[in-house]
Design a binder for this molecule. Sequence first.
Ligand SMILES: C[C@H](O)CC(=O)C(=O)O
Ligand SMILES: [Mn+2]
Length: 367
Amino acid sequence: MTSAARGWASGSPDTSWPTGKGWPREGGEGGPRITDTSLRDGSHAMGHQFTVEQVRSVARALDEAGVHVIEVTHGDGLAGTSIQYGFSRTPEMDLISTAAEVCERARIASLLVPGIGTVNELREAAERGTQIVRIATQCTEADISRQHFEIAKGMGLEAIGFLMMAHMREPAFLIEQAKLMESYGADCVYVVDSAGALLPEGARQRVAALKDALECDVGFHAHDNLGVAVGNSIAALDAGTDQLDGSLRGLGAGAGNAPTELLAAVLDRMGVNPGLDVFGLMDAAEYVMAPFMPFQPFPDRDAITIGYAGVYSTFLLHAKRAAERYGIDPREILVELGARQAVAGQEDWILDVAIELARNKEKEGVA
Ligand SMILES: C[C@H](O)CC(=O)C(=O)O
Ligand SMILES: [Mn+2]
């Protein structure tokens, strides 16, 4: 469906000031489906330390505020708990069950990265309450997702493709990859700005290209490393995106995601609130999420470098730790990783690069 067909791009949003009562306003249908990924992308920022109580309170608040989909898993997807990606404090299956138990309307999604999660975890997740699987590959490697889509569809799950690091390829290339996912059974394919490196025009072009080429839905997932996560989401909306991701307070990798409460307010202002309780989400961000966040993700100098150099957002905390250990500036590691075009799964390069940079420094100091 094009944005014009939705009837909002050219419509006139209500510009009256909010009273806090009666939101969402009547007649605001037609906006995108919202997936909140606080309990999955946010797991990166939490160092994968979510507790059952935290997941229960966040899922309940999101459900009550009308969020359509809540994603729950380790930050790197099913079975992500490992020395490479960080160990989960609580088994993710328990977190999935907890979220599923408290949600009355929202559907539960789980991320699966082929090569990390397997069909065994997917089966167990579905038994625990996962109804939607989001299958994530590097945007050049959609062909490795065939089996995963076929198995997910065979299990009766909704299956969504996640083309990660989408800034690295032009729209025409992404179309081919998205078509592969669609041919495997994807119900939706996402343009995923994993590095938060896209600017609004880049987001718009990529989403518009997929909307033109695919029959299935298209989604957009933003990171805020360059401070334009919400702007990029609006551009994606303008290009006709059917689904958008957010997280409360932006809790997510790098500088975080588009804050769900901010998306809700903006969508409402645009006259396309898809049923979200704007004030309820603000309260959830402020009173449920903020009190237990270890820090507020923000485009600080290291996160900006991630967006600027086009590096996978989840590398941020790993690079900071390595930089501290070897006494170097995290930005040097990130810039080198960007130059090497490192992608998800190449976390081991972070240490390699840190050691190499430290050795070079030592040599320079000796010479
Ligand atoms: C596995 C990643 O964290 C998926 C994601 O959210 C992204 O690439 O961005
Ligand atoms: Mn992400």
